[in-house]
Design a protein around this ligand. Structure first.
Ligand code: NAP
Length: 246
């Protein structure tokens, strides 16, 4: 399968270039970056393009890639529901597949998935996300998605709010509250990207934890997406759809 990488000189793009070059069933045919134009000619026969650029450019890039005739795997963040709907319509019209995944780490996707399954079975749940100190936003997007999934599952099971007698928290020690779930953010030198979801019932605890030690952690997910994205026209959101999870 012939693959192009857009944002090839970026941190993620360069790691994808390496991963595609190391995959025996994939052939890297184009590396594009900010100064390059996206066209059938510059894509050089690619069947799939992987896009890791910047939130302000990704939308334009994806539409240009679809017009140039390739399936697209996108890791860039910053998508809105309206933009996703527009991509879906465009991809369906051209019979191309697009996967947009906010997190390509298989362990992170599984923590989100298992959290949704466990959510209805525990009285209490809290999330701790831990990252390197250079991260500019908190809580992480993955923690926000995890909280949203848990909140949805708790609502569907008609669970009451998690028990919490705190009346006075002037310093915010109970963390952020995302969709009713407390989320704590740790920023620590030496860490990369990690998430822990703690579930509690009387007399028992379940801890789900994932650790992404470096950008390599995203590559199995990216390559899986490259191999699968052409199987279905339209937009698929989230890597979980490709993992045969029930
Ligand atoms: P980065 O190092 O800043 O790389 C971005 C690259 O895109 C740069 O080489 C940049 O070139 C290039 N670029 C900018 N505008 C472009 C355009 N119009 N066309 C083509 N290339 C363009 O960022 P990164 O760390 O690789 O992250 C990229 C994105 O992936 C971010 O949104 C990040 O949040 C996301 N991300 C997602 C996952 C996931 O699992 N989904 C994991 C990690 C990161 P210049 O430097 O010349 O502008």
């Amino acid at each position: 399968m012939k693959v192009a990488v857009v944002g090839a000189r970026g941190r993620m793009g360069a790691t994808v270039v390496q991963a595609v070059e190391n995959a025996p069933d994939l052939e890297l045919v184009a590396q594009l970056d900010a100064a390059d134009t996206i066209s059938a000619q510059t894509l050089n026969g690619a069947e799939v393009a992987v896009e890791f650029t910047v939130p302000s450019q990704t939308d334009d890039n994806v539409h240009a890639l679809l017009d140039a005739g390739v399936h697209v795997v996108v890791g860039t963040t910053g998508w809105t529901p309206e933009r996703l709907a527009h991509v879906d319509e465009h991809a369906q019209r051209l019979g191309k597949g697009v996967l947009i995944a906010p997190n390509f780490s298989i362990s992170a996707v599984l923590v989100m998935h298992f959290s949704k399954q466990a959510a209805a079975l525990f009285e209490s749940v809290e999330i701790i996300e831990l990252h390197h100190p250079n991260k500019v936003d908190a809580p992480s997007g993955t923690a926000m998605s995890t909280a949203a999934g848990i909140a949805q599952a708790r609502a569907a099971a008609q669970l009451p709010p998690c028990p919490d007698a705190t009346e006075d928290d002037a310093l915010g020690a109970r963390g952020a509250v995302v969709d009713g779930i407390n989320v704590h953010a740790v920023r620590l030198r030496g860490l990369n990207a990690h998430e822990e979801v703690i579930f509690g019932n009387p007399g028992e605890q379940l801890v789900l934890r994932q650790d992404s030690f470096d950008r390599e952690s995203f590559m199995p997910g990216v390559l899986l997406a490259v191999r699968k994205v052409g199987n279905e026209a339209g937009l698929t959101f989230g890597l979980e759809s490709y993992l045969n999870l029930k």
